[in-house]
Ligand binder design. Sequence first.
Ligand code: SF4
Length: 137
Amino acid sequence: MPKVRINYGVNRKAKGGKIEHKNGRITLDIPDGVDPFAACGDKLEIVRDAIRERNPGWSITGYAEAPKKGIEHEVCTKDGGTKIITEYTRKKAILAMCTACMGYESDPIKECTSPMCPLFPFRGKTIAAYHSDKEDI
Ligand code: SF4
């Protein structure tokens, strides 16, 4: 069942007649073959029901598919296979590279011993690592 990320806006009348507005984002499981952005009918209700459920008492002002954060890319996995990542970003690419580099067994953040590697400063939660006495780098 494909997942769809949706940005939405809702509003309601507050005390004093003022209109309150807020935005949100939901991720929905959409049955195969269903277009959640179809112009009418039950398909549209899948999205509307989900927004109403999270925002009781609010009226829907609009919604649209959230822009994807990354691209689709295929990477190697620990078992020797491959896996397609649909929202592949630079950050995920670095983490995937470091994970593969460490043989999928060790933690690149704590156990990488190659500070001259170009990726070393970006191999994970490095800002926290640099500023924490608990991290062993
Ligand atoms: S930073 Fe360390 S774990 Fe990441 S690719 Fe370089 S050597 Fe490998």
